[in-house]
Write a new protein. Structure first.
Length: 247
């Protein structure tokens, strides 16, 4: 039941604090959307399709994608750090820009890279071994490896939240604190997937009526889904690390 309660608490957290969520992330998220639209328009100019249907990316396009990735990751972490701090430390936003915590953002990014590297390394090793032993069953194993990667990322996610709020935590402590959470994580995965599918219905239906309104709804949906995802990490940390009740 803790998986359902974590998911419900995360969704309710955004709905109950939607004004603060909009104040923390609204302007920054709008910048991300504008940046993405600009990149997509640039892609139409710089990307050509040859006779073999292979995309040829110009150096200018590569620079645009690198710049976009850097800006997107930085601004996304800024939002996540501010949201974690608002929920767990009650750090209220001031104006339409959340307070910039440079060291917290840097540590958050560092742990993201570390967790990503560990998961990629583990999946690559296990995937190679399984492919050598039972190559025919690799598609099935790939599903389990993907699920395992998500479980590991969730169990290590307290490292990110701790970095955001200025707490010290190492990998072994995060793993120990989240012991016994696998069942809850599996349910969260299912519920998150269901939420993602459900949220795509309104903009897809509106596409037949008004593409512009459909785009606006899609932006709102993406914003809501992003905040819910951050809230799940916050709730996960609050419950398993700080032992807060799920009410």
């Amino acid at each position: 039941m803790s998986g359902w309660m974590i998911f419900r608490h995360a969704v309710g957290m955004v709905l109950r604090n939607w004004r603060q969520a909009l104040q923390i992330s609204g302007f920054i998220f709008a910048v991300l959307v504008i940046f993405q639209i600009s990149l997509e328009r640039a892609a139409k100019v710089h990307i050509g399709i040859d006779s073999t249907m292979l995309q040829t990316v110009s150096p200018a396009m590569w620079l645009s994608m690198v710049a976009y990735s850097f800006v997107y990751i930085t601004l996304s972490i800024w939002i996540a750090v501010a949201w974690h701090r608002y929920i767990l430390l009650e750090e209220l936003p001031e104006g339409w820009f959340p307070k910039w915590h440079g060291m917290a953002v840097l540590r958050y990014l560092g742990f993201m890279v570390l967790i990503g590297f560990m998961i990629v390394l583990a999946v690559s090793v296990f995937g190679f071994i399984l492919m050598m032993l039972m190559p025919g069953a690799m598609p099935i194993f790939a599903i389990f490896l993907a699920i395992g990667a998500v479980i590991v990322s969730f169990r290590l996610s307290p490292l990110l939240v701790a970095a955001a709020i200025g707490e010290r935590m190492d990998i072994s402590e995060a793993w120990e604190k989240t012991s016994g959470s696998t069942g809850a994580i599996l349910l969260i995965i299912v519920l998150q997937f269901a939420l993602s599918v459900g949220l795509q219905i309104p903009p897809n239906l509106m596409m037949f009526i008004s593409p512009v309104l459909s785009f606006v709804i899609e932006v709102v949906v993406l914003w809501f889904w992003t905040l819910v995802t951050a809230s799940q990490l916050t709730t996960f940390y609050g419950h398993f690390v700080q032992e807060r009740p799920l009410v």
